[in-house]
Design a protein around this ligand. Structure first.
Ligand code: HEM
Ligand SMILES: [Cu+2]
Length: 552
């Protein structure tokens, strides 16, 4: 059997992470299917299962477990591919981190299934889950830190051996993403260790609710960039290789990742615009910082389309848009990611609406928000990961994506797009008309108001049709994953999938871009400016702590 160019240790590690990711994906999407039918009163759950229990599982399994495990698989395979095989210590610590992350996940999932933690994935106080739920969360984060530091260790070894050289772009971006993740998690770790665990186990009586929410969102916004940056890595580094060209601009790519470290953290208050206890000035400041992220986002969009156009013209595309037809549409590795990018255009535009103080009043806590994150994390990120899966699993398993499997893969990405278009459009429109999010079926509204939800698009039935198509698509993906992992024909040397990495010209890249001390320093200064005074305020002028509530 021929297995890519990857050592056995990393291969097993990445596959273990992928196994967890796709198990979570299957159960998570099944929960999504239940939700869309419950919300339009087509399904009633048995007494032992609760809507909010299902929704907690859905949010956690898809937004946290699927993404994180997938991302680490991608990082581990890619770091081994670009920097060389892991040393014994790096490999060992990656495994230890993986095991701790997995134990945390299992503990959290057990608590949710056991009906002890229907607190949704944001676990807002004063809703109180079993203490072990928070212990599981802490283990999960610590496990990712161990894996993260192990990968950074691998990078440091490489740099010591290659003094004065730029690291490969893939490795640079991995390190940038991990640095952002580690800084971001400080908030959630502080809340879980110092607030939730003592409170849930009954060691202290009250919890400072607003402080816990602020610490959560200090983490919660960069969390979305933790999902997004690995997808951007695929766009910057993998896609050009599939197109047969090189990275458009190495320094632009590195600069945009540095800007994401700076501007994705000090902005959590844009999720708390309606909350008391934070003065308007701080909300305003963090909103301004939020909008700074538009700069690296548009830099990314620009370099993607520049790559497409330049390559399309090289291949003979003429006229204003002739290059578009020359792109490799028959290659599912490309088309999947192109669709992912296309979904991100309305997704990003919606994000600007959400982050705007006044417009947020209209959409806050409505189904619009649900529509929004399904066309950001639920499609651009998730579908980029699907597109990676089609070659990453063969690369790791030594099998082939056959013609028949590629056909199925096309059906899968197209059905996901159709399902998502229906579901998320309905969610956006319903939300604008006032349908709340995080609410099981309710007939509690005036008849006139219920009539608003009778349109073609503003309809819970449209949402359910979309959701059902999505679940079929998810099941098809699981079938493809199983085929690629265990069943498809083995590849020989010539057919073996490779890990596509585009070459990147560093001759014009300024050295300070790889000066991590500088960027981490600036990131902490921005965080201190945006958070010190309002958090100190929340602690000093704390109201009496809240008791524990279990509403289920
Ligand atoms: C079969 C595919 C899917 C279906 C049918 C589906 C359906 C839904 C529905 C109906 C809700 C809103 C429920 C409510 O607010 O009452 C929801 C929430 C959510 N979905 Fe999905 N979804 C799917 C896939 C995904 C994926 C792939 C992701 C992320 C990678 C995702 C992440 C989330 C998150 C984070 C929430 C919010 C949970 C909360 O409010 O606590 N979903 N989903
Ligand atoms: Cu945010």
């Amino acid at each position: 059997m021929i297995v890519g160019q990857i050592a056995k240790g990393e291969r097993k590690l990445a596959l273990a992470n992928l196994g967890f990711a796709y198990a979570a994906f299957l159960i998570g999407t099944l929960c999504g299917l239940l939700q869309v039918f419950i919300r339009n009163d087509a399904l009633t759950l048995p007494g032992w299962l609760d809507y909010y229990q299902v929704l907690t599982a859905h949010g956690l399994l898809l937004a946290i477990v699927f993404t994180t495990f997938f991302i680490f698989a991608f990082f581990q395979a890619g770091m081994s591919r670009t920097l060389g095989s892991f040393g014994r210590k790096v490999l060992l610590w990656n495994w230890i981190g993986f095991i701790v992350t997995s134990l945390g996940t299992l503990l959290v999932v057990t608590m949710v299934i056991g009906g002890q933690a229907s607190v949704l994935y944001t676990f807002y106080a004063p809703l109180q889950a079993h203490g072990l739920f928070y212990v599981g969360l802490a283990l999960f984060v610590i496990g990712t830190w161990i894996q993260g530091f192990a990968l950074i260790g691998h990078y440091r070894v490489w740099r010591k051996q290659h003094k004065g050289e730029f690291s490969p772009l893939f490795a640079f971006m991995t390190v940038a993403t991990l640095i952002m993740w580690i800084i971001a998690c400080l908030g959630v770790v502080a809340a879980v260790l110092f607030q939730f665990i003592p409170w849930a186990f009954g060691w202290v009586e009250g919890i400072n609710v607003e402080l816990s929410r602020s610490l959560f969102w200090y983490f919660g916004h960069p969390l979305v960039y933790f999902w997004l940056l690995p997808a951007y890595m695929a766009w910057y580094v993998i896609v050009p290789k599939i197109l047969g060209t090189k990275v458009f601009s190495d320094s632009l790519a590195r600069l945009s990742f540095v800007l994401f470290i700076l501007f994705s953290i000090p902005v959590g208050f844009h999720h708390q615009l309606t909350e008391p206890g934070i003065a308007s000035f701080w909300k305003f400041l963090q909103t301004v910082l939020t909008f700074m992220v538009i700069i690296p986002s548009l830099m990314t969009a620009f370099s993607m389309f520049a790559t497409f156009e330049l390559r399309g013209r090289e291949l003979g595309g003429k006229g204003l848009f002739g290059w578009f037809r020359k792109l490799p549409w028959k290659d599912v590795r490309f088309t999947s990611i192109f669709i992912a990018m296309a979904f991100f255009i309305p997704g990003g535009a919606g994000g600007i609406i959400n982050a705007s103080f006044q417009m947020n009043e209209v959409i806050h806590n409505t189904l619009w928000v649900v529509g929004h994150f399904h066309i950001t994390v639920g499609t651009p990120v998730a579908m980029t990961f699907f597109g990676l899966t089609f070659w990453l699993i063969p690369y790791l398993s030594g099998r082939r994506l056959t013609k028949a499997l590629q056909k199925l893969a096309f059906i899968q990405i197209i059905s996901w797009s159709v399902g998502m278009l229906l579901m998320s459009t309905a969610q956006h429109v319903l939300g604008l008309m006032g349908a709340p999010r995080r609410t099981a079926y309710t007939g509690y509204a005036h008849d006139d108001a219920l009539a608003w939800f009778d349109g073609v698009l503003s309809n819970h039935v449209t949402m359910a049709v979309g959701g059902a198509i999505l679940f079929l698509s998810a099941s098809l993906l699981i079938y493809i994953v199983i085929q690629l992992w265990w069943i498809a024909p083995k590849a020989d040397v010539h057919q073996a999938e490779t890990f596509p990495i585009a070459s990147s010209d560093v001759s014009a890249t300024p050295g300070f871009l790889e000066n991590w001390k500088l960027w981490v320093g600036i990131a902490f200064v921005l965080i201190a400016i945006a958070y010190t005074i309002p958090l100190a305020d929340l602690i000093q002028h704390a109201p009496p702590g809240s008791g524990r509530f279990q509403t289920w």
